[in-house]
Write a new protein. Structure first.
Ligand SMILES: *Cc1c(COP(=O)(O)O)cnc(C)c1O
Length: 424
């Protein structure tokens, strides 16, 4: 199957579902065991099948198979949010005493997870300020368990050099984990460039309609967990499965089987069948939406670039952007919906702009079909002083857009009238 076929048909066989064409919602907690031996084999992980929806569910399984195919992986695990996807992806290989080397250009929630919550659990993160892969090398030591970065970053709109990061990771016998939320598998497949594990917040573009939280971990199956003695938790016998070794029993699928059988079982942040269903519907139109998001964002960026009330615009597909060359390499079809711009005015002007938008929605979310505008100085970065804001690359009149799939002319017209009123 090619990509667009996978999105609408992958992982679902109507004849196994009473010929239902749409994927049914299996709103059930538990499953009847055919016989006693089958139950025993299920619990020994000797046969596949459903036991309890915290661990697996047929609706969620369709989504997992589709997302694994779409990213070019060998298996996937759906979880309750993007945050739990990052958490499980890391805890599956890192324990207290280990370290992570991560880009500093990350989603705020991930910065908190790595820098504060995991640090309290004994897993320290060394953050790298630059996007240069060799600067990641400098932070790697004998405790490092993985490298973590975002392909296209939210909110700073930087691009990771995935191929370069993969080289550094593999030179040190480490896996590379890439958060591909903003690019999505339509615009970019990190596994093709050497990423070993891909995570997403499906809450954003994959669901696409702002109506279901979710996350996914996709395993490329390419990383050799026996390449060093750091990954004993995957290669050695697991006492919680009567001494089973994941690599011996599941080969290339060792990582993703362990994530489900051990961590999803124990941590419990499972996806609900109804959210999997909504995400499946969203995923079916991913290609159409991502192309339109990207085309609209480029139009809006070009309009803002020449605007007399706008100081600067940041969009990677815009010539002159510092990530333009990386965008051409990694995002040839388009650069997704995120763009930012700085109004030529102070906090009062930016506030007035926000008060006057009519169609644009003021919220903190991205990847919705609707255009969403956020004003970090007033919301997410509210506690920071003007100087601290400048340090984060965010000025007092910095506005961020997640450009939706409405008609681009309407989006531009709304920005235009709000800018006129703000500057009046
Ligand atoms: C939103 C987001 C997350 C967190 O996802 P949730 O589904 O909100 O938990 C992680 N990474 C990126 C890049 C995001 O945009």
């Amino acid at each position: 199957m090619k990509f667009d076929t996978i999105l609408v048909q992958g992982g679902h066989n109507p004849s196994e579902n009473r010929n239902a064409i749409a994927v049914p919602i299996y709103q059930t907690t538990a499953y009847n065991f055919n016989d006693v031996q089958f139950a025993a084999d299920l619990f020994d992980l000797k046969v596949g099948g459903d036991i309890y929806t915290r661990i697996s569910n047929p609706t969620t399984q369709v989504l997992e198979e589709r997302l694994a195919m779409a990213e070019g992986g060998i298996g996937a695990l759906c979880v309750s949010s993007g945050q739990s996807a990052s958490l499980i992806a890391i805890l599956n290989i890192a324990k207290a005493g280990d370290e992570i080397v991560a880009s500093e250009n990350l989603y705020g929630g991930t910065i908190n997870l790595l820098g504060i919550t995991l640090e309290k659990m004994g897993i320290k993160t060394r953050f790298v300020a630059s996007q240069n892969p060799e600067d990641f090398q400098k932070e790697i030591n004998e405790k490092t368990a993985c490298i973590f970065a975002e392909a296209l970053t939210n909110p700073s709109i930087a691009i990771a050099d995935i191929e370069g990061l993969a080289k550094v990771a593999h030179r040190n016998n480490l896996p590379l984990i890439i958060d591909n939320t903003v690019a999505t598998p339509y615009l970019l497949n990190p596994i093709k460039f050497g990423a070993d594990i891909v995570v997403h917040s499906t809450t954003k573009y994959i669901t696409g309609h702002g109506n279901a939280m979710g996350g996914v971990i996709v395993d490329s199956g390419n990383f050799d967990w026996n390449c060093s003695d750091k990954f004993k938790c995957i290669t050695d016998k697991d006492p919680s499965y009567h001494g089973l070794s994941y690599t011996e029993t599941f080969g290339k699928a060792a990582y993703i089987v362990k994530a489900r059988a051990q961590l999803l079982r124990d941590l419990g942040c499972c996806q609900s069948p109804i959210n999997s269903y909504l995400t499946i519907i969203g995923l079916e139109t991913l290609s159409l939406r991502m192309q339109k998001h990207s085309d609209n964002a480029l139009k809006v960026a070009k309009y803002l670039q020449n605007h007399k009330f706008v100081k600067s615009v940041c969009y990677p597909a815009l010539e002159g952007n510092q990530y333009y060359d990386l965008a051409k390499k990694y995002l040839p079809k388009g650069a997704s919906s995120l763009l930012s711009f700085v109004i030529d005015g102070d906090r009062a002007v930016a506030t007035k702009f926000l008060e006057n938008v009519k169609m644009l929605i003021h919220a903190t979310n991205i990847g919705d079909v609707r255009t969403i505008v956020t004003y970090p100085a007033l919301t997410t970065h509210r506690q920071l002083t003007a100087e601290q804001l400048e340090e984060c690359g965010i000025s007092e009149s910095f506005i961020r857009l997640s450009v939706g799939i409405e008609d681009a002319d309407d989006i531009i017209a709304d920005i235009e009238q709000a800018l006129e009123k703000a500057m009046a």
